[in-house]
Design a protein around this ligand. Sequence first.
Ligand code: URA
Length: 435
Amino acid sequence: MNAVDIIIKKRDGKALSTEEIRFFIDGYTRDEIPDYQAAAWAMAVLCKGMTEKETADLTVAMAESGETLDLDGAVHVAVDKHSTGGVGDKTTLIVQPIVTACGLAVAKMSGRGLGFSGGTIDKLESIPGIKLDLTKEEFLQQLKDHKTVLSGQSVDLAPADGKLYALRDVTGTVPAMPLIASSIMSKKIAAGTHLILLDVKVGNGAFMETLDQARTLAELMVSIGKQAGRTVKAELSDMNQPLGSAVGNILEVKEAIAFLKGEPVPHDLYDHCIESSAQLLLMGKIQPTLDECRALAISSVKDGSAFESLRKLIGLQHGDTSYIDHPEKFLLAPVIRTIFSPAKGWVKEVNARKVGETSVLLGAGREKKSDTIDHRVGILVHQKVGEYIEKGAPLFTIHANSEQDFEQAAARLAEACVLSQEKVKPLPQFYGIVE
Ligand code: URA
């Protein structure tokens, strides 16, 4: 067996055997198969697809490429939530503290930004001192002692996905359904969580642009999870416009802090986080009905316990909690300026993809694997689809590293917001649940 034959087989649209997939993933994990061959293979998968069996084999191979955790010694039941990737999606930073504050343990394994979509690990690295590469022992101990833990892909857990994820990010191979499904589910299976809520995004700012694609991906992941003995539920949620206002690492952390402090945040972000928290609480049988779970989630924000739970999580992982208490301490980008609407009308589109791509250009994401992120830069989005705005209303506030970056971003964002002279309906937030 060799890597070239496996690439050629997939390039020619043939199904790979369990052994071939295992050989490729193990070889890549051990650095015996180089990045350029893995990139060619990922592109072949993107172009030719995989059967459900190949996707399940790929998931297991990646989950078993490192250690797998057994959480039973640490907690009776632990939940996890994972998004397929979107723009302005800081929901983990909000939902994890809410759910833990409501009495359910959360064992979360997160990723970095991917293409135009942000990642929880990049966002959290805005907080000085924070440690997000936990070992297996550290992950389990923190879960046992504190019922809340969040780690990136440390060397121990699903290392194959860690490598492949970074490679896909810079080789145009992100939006392949088998690669997304196996990437997410391998992490979930390796991390041992019992109950998993998947947030499958659909729209121009998601990797799945149509509802049909999103539903297929959701069904695939739910089925892989079931085969691995996990309870998995997937919500299908809108990603045609950025979620909330902030896009960019520090800006998103600040928006999450504001949410948990009970300060006003855009209603789509609020509703989304409360709904996802309620779904998790229901899965964990914390309350018998979704309405009661929703009420509990809301009260954890109102009484400050969700904010305390964020503080605790950051502190446990060596993050400087003074930034959580005083978010004004976060560094600001050197150039911060707002662009305004040249006309009045109903907002027809705030294109999430264009906003996400512009934030990457500003430096909030990576164009090459070796790129470092500028945590300060990003965009505040001021309008939502369906709103009526006057000429001169603020559209976007750009946080840029230089005047030149600002000008480039402003030109791109001018095209991201489209107005209509006819009334426009707000976008739905959810399109359904797959169980
Ligand atoms: N999130 C992941 O963890 N992996 C993907 O491939 C996409 C989103």
